[in-house]
Design a protein. Structure first.
Length: 274
């Protein structure tokens, strides 16, 4: 593998070619992974996956049986992971690097199911579909520096990567960034609904709410100042924003609600791994 390219990584076998898997696959090819070095495994692929495979010359199969694997990426729902591990275990050898993006499935569970310790557990989020994701990653005990470099290159094809030493942090990553886009989308829903109740049409309220979040996110990216500083820059003393923030920043306001939200998501992630 040359720096900045995935040309020497494969064969990469992606098990689970849903929206997240397809987003990763698109990023890999854009980063230099040859289409012949990618195999997508999905017994019931989406039409978009079938179209992608046909247009890009990527092999799409219903089962991984008989497929040569250098890197195995598990992008399946946690509920089917046990069956998937049993299917692919005969194909795993000491040469195979395993990357999992399944929520709540521990490194030890994957390592036990496949008979290898070369496992990296990750948690991406849905903005990976537009190359703007962020992925939390934790290496297993037998992962070498070269393995980590390969995983980093694959994951960066969909956005930024944050590495953690302790696996326990992945449940928190899941609760913050993995589930976080849904929180933002719901905020847009709620802001638009509040605008409607104050007299805007549904179309006007949603357009204003969507672009407000899009614009604020762009400002966050462009300005390295802390989020608190950006908030303060918008807030004039005794102004409209200050009045609104008195509600949001009340003891029972947004900070308390987000703490409960993240805790609930983390606890659910932990439950999925039991």
């Amino acid at each position: 593998m040359t720096e900045g390219s995935l040309s020497g990584v494969g064969p990469v076998v992606l098990v689970g070619a849903g929206k997240m898997g397809l987003a990763l696959a698109r990023g890999w090819l854009a980063a230099g992974l040859p289409p012949r070095e990618l195999v997508m495994v999905d017994p019931k692929p989406m039409p978009a996956t079938e179209q992608f495979a046909a247009e890009r010359g990527v092999r799409l199969v219903a089962s991984a049986q008989g497929v040569l694997i250098a890197v195995l990426v598990l992008a399946v729902k946690p509920q089917v992971m046990t069956a998937v591990l049993a299917e692919v275990k005969p194909l795993i050898g000491p040469h195979t690097l395993v990357i999992s993006i399944a929520a709540g499935i521990s490194i030890s569970a994957i390592a036990g199911g496949l008979g290898t310790g070369r496992v990296i557990r990750t948690m991406p989020n849905t903005p990976a579909q537009v190359g703007k994701g962020v992925t939390g990653a934790v290496p297993g005990p037998n992962v070498q520096d070269g393995d980590r470099a390969i995983a980093d290159a694959l994951l960066r094809a969909a956005g930024q990567v944050a590495w953690f030493d302790g696996e326990a942090m992945i449940d928190t990553v899941t609760a913050v960034s993995g589930s976080g886009p849904a929180y933002v989308f719901y905020f847009v829903e709620a802001l638009a609904a509040a605008g409607e109740r104050q007299g805007l049409t549904a179309e006007q309220a949603m357009a204003l709410a969507r672009q407000t979040v899009i614009g604020a996110a762009a400002l966050l990216k462009a300005d390295p100042s802390p989020a608190a500083t950006l908030r303060q820059n918008v807030t004039s003393p005794n102004g409209t924003t200050a009045a609104a923030l008195e509600v949001l920043m009340a003891p029972s306001g947004l900070a308390s609600l987000m703490e409960k939200t993240v805790l609930a998501a983390r606890q659910r992630s932990e439950e999925l791994g039991r």
